[in-house]
Design a binder for this molecule. Structure first.
Ligand code: HEC
Length: 187
């Protein structure tokens, strides 16, 4: 029979394998299968930071938000994000004149991919942001944590409805958080 500490060690090892969290140095492997995760919502023209600045000159960008499935299920039960939750924000360009479309906008190529991880064991803070750009080789891409003085931390920390995340823009989860009473005051 396994001791409790062996079980904990095994669980931690499998989380590292699943998410590529590398612990000590905080680097993150690209979550290459994120397109098989749970889709939370899309925003149009909501992109911030350096990618957003580029968008001002062209057609609006879409951003698609995904979360790892186990954490999604955890949130449905409690209205909180479990430890080791990983979010992917995939930013895509758009076009309006193509095929039969005349007035709407449809999504095109990837402009950038940003990731956010909740990890209680991280020494620098519970939530950490990563930027992957548009990785050429998604099987080998690795990112360094974005420094704590970056705008990611302050904007998310000040304006997000649940913990560090913009649940106010994810309709299904907004209702879950409201029912569970986990929205921050003011939402
Ligand atoms: C001015 C505010 C602001 C800044 C700065 C910002 N974000 Fe966000 N972020 C948002 C909003 C609003 C959303 C909701 C999704 C959307 O854009 O539609 C979001 C969503 C996300 C998500 C999806 C999970 C979540 O928290 O809801 C990730 C991942 C993310 N941002 C990463 C980043 C990274 C990395 C940076 C820094 C390079 C960054 N963001 C900077 C406002 C911001």
């Amino acid at each position: 029979m396994r001791t409790l500490s062996q079980t904990i060690a095994l669980t931690a090892a499998s989380l590292v394998a699943v998410f590529g969290l590398s612990g000590a140095d905080g680097r993150l492997k690209f979550p290459a299968d994120y397109r098989e995760w749970v889709f939370l919502s899309s925003g149009v023209g909501m992109t911030y930071g350096p990618i957003g600045d580029a968008a001002h000159t062209g057609p609006p960008m879409f951003d698609n938000v995904f979360v790892n499935p186990a954490s999604y299920r955890g949130f449905l039960k409690t209205g909180h994000w479990p430890d080791k939750t990983v979010f992917v924000l995939e930013v895509r360009g758009s076009e309006s004149h193509g095929s039969i479309n005349k007035d709407g906008h449809f999504q095109t190529g990837i402009m950038g991919i940003e990731v956010e991880v909740k990890d209680r064991s991280a020494k620098t803070g519970e939530w950490t942001f990563y930027g992957f750009g548009n990785p050429k080789n998604t099987a080998t891409a690795v990112a360094e944590p974005i420094g704590r003085d970056a705008g990611c931390y302050s904007c998310h920390g000040r304006n997000a409805a649940v913990e560090n995340t913009f649940v106010q823009f994810y309709p299904v989860l907004y209702d879950v958080a409201r029912n569970k009473g986990t929205l921050k005051p003011g939402f």
